[in-house]
Design a protein around this ligand. Structure first.
Ligand SMILES: [Zn+2]
Length: 447
């Protein structure tokens, strides 16, 4: 089981976020769709319809409150779906699922709004949406869509759209999850502008997927996630996210600066926007691939993986001076570097947790305080133990090491303490997380 940070049980001062018990997990398959021209028209129509549903639902809630001080609930709005029959049959051509989930997202937007008010913030009220910006359709149940094969080719059947072709790779990815017992439960279809046309992607959520346990190694590894070296392990492996990603992000930022000189909405302006999006996406993909590979390497070597419980939000805000580069525009650059670094660290932690759950490994988050200034040999803890970014030299016993690897060794030691406390407590498992799949509720029959 995998657990959120907030719900993870604490043992020996550390958080157990993945318990290594294996079992059944949730997995998502994400892939491109290759609709025919006619299918693409229908997909556009679906999104336009859902934007209308969203706006109509929002208008109803606003008006009911403004005129009658009445709160319209999600169930009230669900009940009205049947009224569309005969009036807006085009909206029902795709089945009621995407309509229901759109109303549900509206309800969630409301809930988030009121929660923020309660927390003393000043949120923006849920807004009407342009159909051009309504780019996602959801199906929370395995109804009115299906992954299947026609003539030996994988397709995604969507009611009202038809059999949308997929790549062979996507077909294999889906088949693999099905072989592992996975049951397809949710679907998301997303539209994105690309060049002069659009790119369509889908994500299918599977539940009940059997884990794919890796052979036990009897080892434990600590991972120090830092600023200069993104990931250092207690085994001495150092890995840094691709420099090309940073170069791409710098380029995207420079392109952003040229926007000011272009007329908003003009052809040149739109072209630049597309270039910025593409460049940023490429950078994000590079970092993502790096995180996946690094996580796979780390998870393969050890049964227990220990990370620091980092507050990445604070890290991006922290005082500059750690990642500054010489040259022009130092402040802006260091801000970007910190931002990218935090994103890479976050992605790595996520990938390690997912991979650990899948491989039947345990994963701990330990207190990051003093991991970089403590001597693992004699226990002496002092700031002076780290004379430079790269070097650790104990002022007491003279122990010398790479500073990042040294921190990783301390992290592993903290993990060992947590493991001992956990075993002493009888090796309890992480309590079952709330299912990410939504269960079908009893609803008044909606046509
Ligand atoms: Zn020492």
């Amino acid at each position: 089981m995998i657990s959120s940070r907030a719900k993870a049980p604490r043992h020996g001062g550390a958080l157990l976020v993945v318990d290594g018990a294996g079992g059944r997990v949730h997995r998502k398959a994400t892939f491109a769709l290759y609709p025919t021209r006619a299918q693409e028209e229908k997909l556009h129509r679906l999104l336009r319809t859902l934007a209308e549903v969203y706006n109509a639902g929002l208008a109803e809630r606003r008006e009911a409150w403004r005129l009658r001080r009445v709160t319209v609930t999600l169930f009230d709005q669900y009940g009205q779906i049947k009224d569309l029959k005969g009036v807006r049959d085009d909206a029902l051509a795709f089945g009621i699922q995407p309509v229901r989930t759109t109303l549900k997202r509206l309800d969630e937007a409301y809930a988030a709004f009121f929660q923020r008010i309660k927390a003393g913030q000043r949120p923006g009220f849920p807004r009407f949406r342009s159909h051009r910006r309504h780019n996602t359709a959801y199906w929370d149940e395995p109804i009115s869509w299906k992954v299947r094969e026609t003539d030996g080719r994988p397709v995604l059947y969507v009611q009202g759209v038809g059999d949308v072709p997929l790549s062979k790779h996507a077909g294999k990815q889906l088949a693999r999850l099905q072989r592992r017992g996975g049951v397809a439960g949710t679907l998301t279809v997303t539209r994105r502008c690309a060049g002069t046309g659009h790119v369509w992607r889908a994500a299918v959520g599977f539940k009940n997927v059997e884990t794919d346990a890796l052979p036990a190694t009897g080892r434990m590894v600590g991972v120090d996630r830092g600023v200069t070296v993104t990931a250092a392990t207690s085994d001495g492996a150092l890995s840094t996210y691709p420099a090309e990603a940073r170069a791409l992000r710098h380029r995207a930022d420079r392109l952003g600066e040229t926007l000011a000189g272009k007329k908003r909405g003009s052809r040149a302006w739109r072209k630049t926007i597309r270039q910025i999006c593409r460049t940023r996406r490429r950078a994000a993909n590079l970092v993502d691939n790096w995180a996946r590979e690094t996580a796979a390497d780390i998870t393969a070597t050890a049964d227990v993986i220990v990370l620091e419980d980092l507050q990445l939000k604070n890290m991006t805000k922290s005082a500059k001076g750690t990642v500054d580069e010489p040259g022009r525009n130092v402040a802006a650059k260091s801000g970007l570097n910190r931002e990218m670094q935090a994103a890479a660290l976050g992605k790595l932690a996520t990938r390690i947790r997912v991979k650990a759950e899948e491989a039947g490994r345990r994963c701990w988050l330990v207190d990051p305080r003093n991991t970089s200034r403590t001597c693992p040999t004699c226990g002496h803890c002092a700031k002076a133990n780290r004379p430079s970014q790269a070097v650790f030299r104990c002022q007491c016993c003279g122990h010398t090491a790479n500073a990042d690897v040294n921190a990783a060794v301390n992290i592993a030691a903290a993990g060992a303490q947590a493991e001992a406390a956990w075993r002493a407590a009888g090796s309890p498992q992480v309590p079952g997380s709330t299912p990410r799949m939504r269960r079908r509720k009893q609803q008044p029959a909606a046509a």
